[in-house]
Design a protein around this ligand. Structure first.
Ligand SMILES: Cc1ncc(COP(=O)(O)O)c(C=O)c1O
Length: 406
């Protein structure tokens, strides 16, 4: 038991009410298990929303963090530092990128990407090439620029005038893009798999078509890999399986495996448009964050880890199919690697939250993506045994919901 005077009602008293956290307060985690204040155990298939790629309190990450904590916490960007350069070197050596910019959250990495695209166009083509094309149901963060690029206007409405010149199109609809894109377009931003928007995978033909159209109109292709990057789909980055190379890739979530850090990856001829003073952030490249991310990178970027993700995907899919054969709750299971969505069928429309709460009652933490999709984003190193246990708990939760409904 810990801090018994800290309770969930305190949240409602003193926190800005933009979140609605569960009743239980997690206090401890180990691998893919967490415990609450009352020492109840939960299996974690959320990975902190695709962040804790190596589970909770991974011993090698704890060592990386504590060793760095003894040495140097923060220096600002008046200086560079060893952990930042070492991490950037790993990213450059293992991806298309030649240059790296560090930030602290996915939104900030995307903000940098969008600003870079506008600046490149401004430098090369003057003031007219400002259009950004984005997609419905896309999600890119909550700064005003990124949330406006996101594909749900409900998230950007009600805050006054929005950043201008952002067009939204249907995802995976190449004909629509072909019609809309022009020489006034400076960038197309998209996710390789829409995570928040319902776990919707991209079609490789669409990804390749976007690349070709961007080339034709001299627009930058920005791949938002905040949720898909760093092993989540079974590739180091999802673009690697699509036969294309974007101009900019953003990464966050699993990059620090639980420590806040983000990166924008790009090519030298684009990076050079961010001259000294054009962009920045106090905490970007923080030594603590980079030390943890450097170690996480080494642990994630191995054939065993990445192949394991694909194998565990099949294991989870198989279990979900078996559950569905018994209870007929899902219309389809979609996604890639360990970012999977089970789409509820007509009978259970808008009830994802019921399943989410039912699972929590069984000691299982899952996610939703919208009102109709159960989302699973466990640690990449979750064991087969814990997957089996988690699927049993999910089955029990579903059984209770289905029986109540009957
Ligand atoms: C694809 C994608 N981009 C951007 C973001 C925003 O990241 P952050 O919440 O770290 O700002 C998210 C968060 O869910 C995301 O899934």
């Amino acid at each position: 038991m810990s801090n018994t005077h800290i309770t969930r009602p305190l949240f409602d008293q003193i926190m800005v009410p933009n979140y609605a956290p569960l009743e239980m307060i997690p206090v401890r985690g180990e691998g893919s298990r967490v415990w609450d204040q009352q020492d109840n155990e939960f299996l974690d298939l959320t990975g902190g929303i695709a962040v804790n790629a190596l589970g909770h309190a991974h011993p090698e990450l704890v060592t990386a963090l504590t060793e760095q904590a003894q040495k140097l916490w923060h220096v600002s960007n008046i200086y560079t530092n060893e952990p930042a350069l070492s991490l950037a070197q790993k990213l450059v050596d293992n991806t298309f990128a030649e240059k790296v910019f560090f930030a602290n959250s996915g939104a900030e990495a995307n903000e940098a990407a969008l600003k870079l695209a506008r600046r490149v166009a401004f430098d090369q083509a003057g003031t007219d090439k400002t259009e950004i094309i984005a997609f419905y149901q896309g999600f890119h963060g909550r700064t005003f620029f990124t949330v406006t690029a996101g594909g749900q206007s409900a998230y950007s409405d009600g805050f006054g005038p929005k950043p201008a010149d952002i067009t939204h199109l249907e995802y995976n609809d190449l004909a629509a893009l072909e019609k809309a894109i022009s020489d006034k377009t400076c960038a197309v931003i998209l996710e390789p798999l829409q995570g928040e928007g319902g776990v919707l995978p991209i079609s490789p033909e669409f990804a390749q078509g976007v690349r070709a159209l961007c080339d034709k109109h001299n627009a930058l292709m920005i791949f938002d890999e905040v949720q898909t990057g760093m092993g989540r789909t079974g590739e180091l980055f999802a673009y690697m399986a699509l036969g294309i190379t974007p101009d900019i890739v953003t990464s966050a979530k699993a990059l620090g495996a639980g420590f806040p850090i983000a990166a924008m990856l790009t090519k030298s001829h684009l990076a050079e448009h961010f001259k000294v003073g054009t962009h920045g952030t106090t905490f970007g490249g923080n030594p603590l964050a980079c030390a943890v991310a450097g170690k996480a990178f080494d642990l994630i970027n191995t054939p065993e880890m990445l192949e394991g993700v694909k194998r565990k995907e099949q294991l989870i899919r198989q279990h979900l199919q078996e559950i569905n054969q018994e209870f007929s709750v899902f219309k389809e299971v979609r996604g890639a690697g360990l970012l999977l969505g089970a789409v509820l069928n007509e009978q259970y429309q808008d009830q994802a939250k019921t399943f989410f709460l039912g699972a929590a009652e069984q000691g299982l933490l899952i996610l939703v993506a919208g009102a109709n999709v159960l989302r699973f984003a466990p640690a990449l190193n979750i064991s087969d045994e814990l997957i089996e246990q988690a699927m049993l708990k999910l089955k029990q939760a579903i059984q209770i919901i289905v029986n109540k409904d009957a």
